[in-house]
Write a protein that binds this ligand. Sequence first.
Ligand code: ZN
Length: 380
Amino acid sequence: MRVVKSVIQIYQPVSELLSLMEIFKEMVNDCIKTGLENNITSLKSLSNKSYHILEKYDALSYYKLTAISSAVGILRNYRKAQRKNKETKRPYLRKLKLVSCYGLKIESGNLVIPTTKEPIIIPLNGHTKRTLSGYTIRSFSLTPRTASICYAKNINQIKPTGVIGIDRNLNNVTCVDNKLNKNIYKFDKITIMKREYKETKSHLKRNDYRIRTLIYTKYGRRQKRRTVQIFHNASKKIVENAKETNSAIVMERLTGIRKLYKKGNRQGKNYRFTLNSWSFAELQRQIKYKADWEGIPVLYVNPRGTSSNCSKCGSRVIEWADRMVSCNNCGMALDRDVNAAMNIMLKGASWLDADGISKEAMNRNIMTQAMICRVNPQRR
Ligand SMILES: [Zn+2]
């Protein structure tokens, strides 16, 4: 299996590079135009139709090919949005960029970008050089401010002997493995921080959209950077733990969360704010790519019933105190989040049975604990 990661650095573009980006943008827009006129979204037919149109541009054929594939991506997203009946504008690439996966190399610490004339050289900083050393470089993507370089390695996925279930909540992430070890990473800081930023932004009195955009962008960026950093700490530890215990990672398949907290759903403003500012996908994204890099399998399971059913017998649970749940059927009493994480872990374990993790190992581990879990909890 090939896994890919990327590293980003900030740089100063030379004027030749900016004009190359301008050419690239025009080529992409020409391809989009051809695609729309002929109603094409496949790479092959768009290449056939538009390659000769791109002949007038003074650029290497590398960039013509990547311009076509960039256009295909944009056209596909446009079609997808149209199918969902979203409001769509005619697609057009506005930002300057340059993408390529051909002909690039790193020579004595510089990224060398081939052109029709002299190659353009971007000096790489120490961090980028250290990150890239020892890996094969796949592609680069440049904007006038940042250079992002993709690197790859081949890895064999591990055969897991355990499972870790991960339940993501508003204020924490709870991990439970098949030996029932618990790990809880708290995110109270994020919730508090988001409230603080909201408060800061509310002091803005002037109702001028230009200033409002400026201030909101500034605080939005700062808030995002701080949140992402906290997630990185947690996701790193989760993946390290999975690697040590040779476990697969199981998470909920979360879709349509934003739909639940829309205006008009009869929920309070503050409640909607809290749940809509919940960055549920970011942590999953980080765990997924970090786990892929280590060859750890990641599974997504249906979240249905994970927080409302008992992890021991499958009956419905009752929440009786602050985030504590109990089951009337078997008398289990547990933390709400731990119960949910256990349900996710068990769902994942029953999936993994087929390949990899052996059922005996699974059952034995759980039997040794006070808690005896059914492998496949079902709703009654
Ligand atoms: Zn029960």
